[in-house]
Ligand binder design. Structure first.
Ligand SMILES: [Zn+2]
Ligand SMILES: [Zn+2]
Ligand SMILES: [Zn+2]
Length: 131
């Protein structure tokens, strides 16, 4: 069963095309990269598709300070009920790509009186391809 069907999303040609771009990359990509990789398209449809993918737990946003927003594939645990990420975003200083890397345990935060719902951890260095 393909990912879209599995996530209860109607597998239109366009959605399949957008998903394929993510499957071709093992690092986070910008909307700009997606636009260059797919054929002629309507930008509004693309934005809606991305929004749906995020809501359904297929994609998540990768936010690195001072950089354009990127998107990456979720792990299978993510669903329309929410995202569950035990990973950090690693930016390679050489190729400048951002990778999602699983970690054994994401540090937990205890903030008196505050309810922590998510923690974003960014790391940088040299990736295995550049190392
Ligand atoms: Zn997710
Ligand atoms: Zn690299
Ligand atoms: Zn990620």
């Amino acid at each position: 069963m393909d990912l879209l069907t599995q996530k209860n999303i109607r597998a239109t040609t366009f959605r399949k095309e957008v998903l394929a771009v993510f499957l071709e990359h093992d690092y986070a990509i910008s909307i700009n990269t997606i636009e260059k990789s797919i054929g002629k398209h309507d930008r509004i449809t693309l934005y809606r598709t991305i929004k749906t993918f995020i809501e359904k737990g297929i994609l998540h946003e990768v936010l690195i300070p001072n950089e354009e927003k990127k998107l990456a594939m979720c792990q299978s645990e993510c669903s329309s009920d929410g995202h569950q990420h035990d990973h950090i975003h690693f930016k390679c200083e050489a190729c400048e790509e951002v990778y999602c890397k699983e970690v054994d345990r994401v540090p937990q935060l205890q903030l008196e009186g505050f309810k922590v719902k998510s923690i974003e951890i960014n790391a940088s260095g040299i990736c295995e391809k550049c190392g």
